[in-house]
Design a binder for this molecule. Structure first.
Ligand SMILES: Nc1ncnc2c1ncn2[C@@H]1O[C@H](COP(=O)(O)OP(=O)(O)O)[C@@H](O)[C@H]1O
Ligand SMILES: [Mg+2]
Length: 357
C-alpha cells in the first residue's frame, strides 16, 4: 500500500497540452477515479504514473519517494488496460504465471501464487482455458490476476470495463470495488463513465481539456459541482436562469425565476439584482406538490411532454418560458399527467445550488 502524489506534473505533445501542471495526492488504500471526456488527458496521466510516458515537467511520488526517473518495473505499479492484455496463445495459468516466470521464481512458489491469484478473482478451475473460451468479463479478471500476482503497491486501471456490454459492466464494477476493498490497495481508475466513478470511488478528479477541474467525494461532485462543465458532465441537470432578490437568512438567498420566488443556498458575492444560474437535478423536482413537501419553493408549470420510463416518469415542463426536466417516481399505474396539464411543482432549497461565475 502506498500513496501517490503528483507534483506540478505536466505533459505536452508538441502543441497539444495533454496535462496542465497538476498537483494532487491519492491516499493509501484509496479508490481514486480520473473522470472526464475522451481526450481530456486521463490515460496520459495514468501512463506517467506507471512510467510509460515521460512527463514534460513535475514529479511523481509513490509511497513518498520520487519515481519520476524510474523505469516502470521499478515503480511497483500494476496496470490493466481497456483491451484485454492477455496472451491469446497461452492458457489462463500460463498467462498469470508469466510475470513470475520472467522473474525466475521457483516452480512451487509460482504454482501457489497462481492458484491464490485465480482464487482472488474467482476463476479457480479456469487454468486450462484460452482467451477464446472466456467471456470479456472473465478475460478482464485474468488480466487483473496477472497484475495482482506481482503484488503491486498501486493498481492502475485504464477504462477496464469499456469493452464489455452494459450488464457485465454493472456486475464488474461492484466486483472490482469489492476486490479493491478486500485488498486495500491504492487504486487509480480511469473512466469517462460518471456512473462508474460515482459508485466505485472514494474520491474523483473531474478533468477537462488537460486540467483537473474538481477533486472531491462522489457526493461533493454531484451536490456541489464547481462549474457548469462539472454540473453537466456529472448526472443530468436543469440549469435555470434566475435573479438574486436578496438575503433570506440561514445561509439562503431569495431568487426570482420569471414571476416566481424561490430560495437557494447563498454564495459569496451575490448582490441583489444579479443574474445567476440555479442547478436543480431532475430527481429533485417534485411534481404536483403542496407547500409542506416542497419546503417552501412552489412554482407553476405546464407539462410539455412526458415519457414513461418504467420506474419513473420523465416530464419536460414549461416553467415561465424555461424548460425544466423532472423525474417523478411511478408510484401508481396510470398516474402520468397528460401533456398540457397545469401543475404545481417545487423542490427543497437545500437540494439545489447556484453556479459560480
Ligand atoms: N502519443 C501521443 N502523441 C501525440 N498526442 C497524444 C499522444 N497521446 C495522447 N495524445 C493527445 O493528448 C491528449 C490527451 O490524450 P489521452 O491522455 O489519451 O486522453 P484520454 O485518456 O482522457 O482520452 C489528446 O489530445 C490526445 O490526442
Ligand atoms: Mg484514455
Amino acid at each position: 500500500m502506498s500513496t501517490v502524489e503528483l507534483v506540478s506534473l505536466s505533459k505536452s505533445y508538441g502543441q497539444t497540452l495533454a496535462l496542465a501542471p497538476t498537483s494532487l495526492k491519492v491516499e493509501e488504500g484509496e479508490f481514486f477515479a480520473l473522470l472526464g471526456p475522451s481526450g481530456c488527458g486521463k490515460s496520459t496521466t495514468l501512463r506517467m504514473i506507471a512510467g510509460f510516458v515521460r512527463p514534460s515537467g513535475g514529479e511523481v511520488l509513490i509511497g513518498g519517494s520520487d519515481v519520476t526517473r524510474q523505469p516502470p518495473e521499478r515503480r511497483g505499479s500494476g496496470i490493466v488496460f481497456q483491451n484485454y492484455a492477455i496472451f491469446p496463445h497461452m492458457n489462463v495459468y500460463d498467462n498469470i504465471a508469466f510475470g513470475l516466470r520472467m522473474r525466475k521464481r521457483p516452480a512451487e512458489e509460482i504454482d501457489r501464487r497462481v492458484r491464490a491469484a485465480l482464487d482472488q478473482v474467482g476463476l479457480s478451475g479456469f487454468e486450462r482455458r484460452f482467451q477464446r473460451e472466456m467471456s470479456g468479463g472473465e478475460q478482464q479478471r485474468v488480466a487483473l490476476a496477472r497484475v495482482l500476482i506481482t503484488e503491486p503497491r498501486i493498481l492502475l486501471l485504464d477504462e477496464p470495463l469499456s469493452a464489455l456490454d452494459k450488464k457485465l459492466r454493472e456486475e464488474m464494477k461492484y466486483w472490482i470495488k469489492e476486490l479493491q476493498r478486500q485488498l486495500r490497495i491504492t487504486t487509480i481508475y480511469v473512466t469517462h463513465d460518471q456512473g462508474e466513478a460515482l459508485t466505485m470511488s472514494d474520491r474523483i478528479a473531474v478533468m477537462n481539456g488537460g486540467r483537473v477541474i474538481q477533486v472531491g467525494t462522489p457526493r461533493d461532485i454531484y451536490e456541489r459541482p464547481v462549474d457548469r462543465f462539472v454540473t453537466e458532465f456529472i448526472g443530468e441537470s436543469n440549469i435555470l436562469d434566475a435573479r438574486v432578490g436578496g438575503e433570506a437568512g440561514d445561509g439562503m438567498c431569495l431568487l426570482a425565476i420569471g414571476p416566481f420566488a424561490a430560495t437557494a443556498p447563498r454564495r459569496a458575492g451575490m448582490s441583489t439584482g444579479r443574474a445567476v444560474a440555479l442547478v436543480v437535478r431532475p430527481e429533485r423536482v417534485l411534481v404536483g406538490v403542496d407547500a409542506e413537501h416542497a419546503g417552501g419553493n412552489l412554482l407553476r408549470a405546464r407539462v410539455q411532454s412526458h415519457t414513461y420510463q418504467g420506474s419513473f416518469i420523465r416530464y419536460r415542463l414549461d416553467l415561465a418560458g424555461q424548460t425544466i426536466v423532472a423525474e417523478a417516481p411511478n408510484r401508481t399505474e396510470g398516474a402520468a399527467l397528460d401533456d398540457g396539464t397545469e401543475i404545481t411543482i417545487g423542490w427543497r432549497p437545500e437540494g439545489t445550488s447556484i453556479l459560480p461565475d
